[in-house]
Design a protein around this ligand. Sequence first.
Ligand code: ZN
Ligand code: ZN
Ligand code: FE
Length: 764
Amino acid sequence: MEKRLKIQVSGIVQGVGFRPFVYNLAKEKNLSGFVGNDSNGVFIEAQGNESDIGEFLDVLENSPPPLSQVDSVFAEEIKVTTHNGFDIRESQNGQAMATLISPDMAVCDDCAGELKDSIDRRYLYPFINCTNCGPRYSIIFDIPYDRPNTSMDKFQMCPDCMKEYTDPANRRFHAQPNACETCGPWVEMRDNTGNKLQEKEYAVVFANQSLKRGAILAVKGLGGFHLACDAHNKQAVAELRKRKNREEKPLAVMVKDLETAQQYARLNDHDIALLSSQQAPIVLVKKRKELSPNIAPGNPRIGLMLPYTPLHHLLFSSALDALVMTSGNFSEEPICIDNEDAIQRLGGIAEYFLVHNRDILQRVDDSVTIVLNDTPRLIRRSRGYVPRPVKLLRDSAHILAVGAELKNTLCYTKDDKAFISQHIGDLSNTRAMDFFHHTREHLKTILEIQPDVLAYDLHPGYLATKWALEESERAGLPAIGIQHHHSHLASVMAEHQIQEPVIGLIMDGTGYGTDGKIWGGEVLVGDYTNIDRFAHFEYVPEPGGDKAIREPWRMGLSYLYHTFGDQAEQYISEVWKELPTDQIFQMLEKGINSPETSSCGRLFDGISAIAGGSTHISYEGQSAIEFEHHMRQSDLPSLEYAIEKIGGRYEFKIPPIVKSAIASLEKGATLGDVSYQFHEMLVELFTEVASIAREETGIKKVALSGGVFQNAYLFERLERRLESRGFDVITHSDVPTNDGGISLGQAAVAQAILNANVSGVNYQ
Ligand code: ZN
Ligand code: ZN
Ligand code: FE
């Protein structure tokens, strides 16, 4: 019995090999009909016998091409025709292709095979790609996604490439970056003044040899430059750190293959799946043995990734199985993407520059992930993931949410989708602010969005906030201010499409509160439009403001002073003897330049400092990270805590925590012991406050968000503990728990405010 279906497929279905896939599948199943692209995605008419049609539909829904993301398959039966054969309809020219663009993807197995195949015409060609892999988002400057709108526009396809490009049965049918040695981009080796030393395969050989000799190279990748050196070479690594002004922050390592990764790390199934996925992110995995002691000093984990461009594959050999591959930038600036700019800015760091002439148009950093409690979590959501949207529960107005100050991302909403930008970084850096504006304009173009509403963080000093307020004035757009930790909560709720009120445990570094104080250890109960600040850590002064973030000992002193007053001096740590403690005590006594904070991040800093941890740090979150890593599990009791109800709201008191830490130290406890006692205390405290909130409100859902939950031990213990107490625990996976997730939360709150037709969030 013949049957004919009219099918509409939406999602990421263009520029990902969908039509040739459908074509080949139809041929295989003996179907007649056609397939084409339109502004809604892919349309198909297919006719054949009933079981073949059923199987065809099943494959479309359940095993589409690797780079596609099918959101919906809509099929209806129509009248059979006498048409024979199956063909691909050309896209209508000039028709708006309001469809989704794929993220950049790691080289696929087929292409990697050809790359290593000495009789293939693309043997060792560093730009091999097909419809199932290769650059996308990073090479696009406009839509539709066609070659003239990409940085491949300057390369004219040779007849062989053209033949593949126009053959519906070929893996490279309409592969926009299709290229070969004859017609495509090539690599060059330059010195650090820009002189060309070698080109093409000789440049790659030169790269291999110089890496083996211990040189530092700048290597142009997919979304930006890396700085590379042999990960086994301790001196090269030390030199790279010194030149890059990156003293202690862990460095990412690219290993030759999965087997090599397994030599250096203990991988579980989830780690393996993430590492070998086409997103090919950095995965923070547990070390098995040290590559070199200065790659991730003191850290039980190491950030590994696998080669994801053909050029990366060519950099490895039997004598070179692991390369440090850190972002090609100086200090905290955005990574370089342009050849000349890279040579200018990184000339003092790298001796050699392995560059190429396929321009990177959009900067996309490596994504960073970690597997916690058997679930992959994105810590930095960039290459491989952007611009894939987060699905919203319902259609939204066009909103632009501008994000926070550190780890900034921005977010647009359109239809039922939220598009979070790639990682932009610390906006106080002027280059990062340029990057912010570039990304804002670019996403606006490719998503065809004209924002109707702006959403921003309440912090008046954030540059993104300032811009949003100015833009609101200039363009006459309404702007909605959202409290930082409410955004964190809304972010995790939006990720899971949750509507009803939840208990939010939001543990964070810094965020501007509705009372003008610095929040960061908050229990918020509510939803997108109504929030009750149910509980928080007791306020303590932050002597010197942001300076206390870089000098954790200041927080240590503040907690001691808060707890012991005039007696505090006798408890100061041995290692602070050389520090100006008197000056800080005076600041605290007189309340000079000491804003109040309820931050959980600062509590980590302070308790760690009191127990003998770092007094000064060189990167964000360092002392809290070290504190976790020093942990020594024992049978010591957890530190003490107290929850008190003050003026209708619960406070977590500081003195019991500090006193019990001091008592423990006086009995000979080490930094690692106190770390354990502290982490366990937090698990108990947060579980208890969640139980109180459940009792009072009847709410059983608990959502975790905020930068503190990057702490693996705390996160894993707390999630399991809450589950064991019958809570339904909501956590981040696709969206970062840190400030990279703020923009999504802002967008979700703004959307809810518009839907509810209220003027703003009701904060209590
Ligand atoms: Zn491929
Ligand atoms: Zn060619
Ligand atoms: Fe935050």
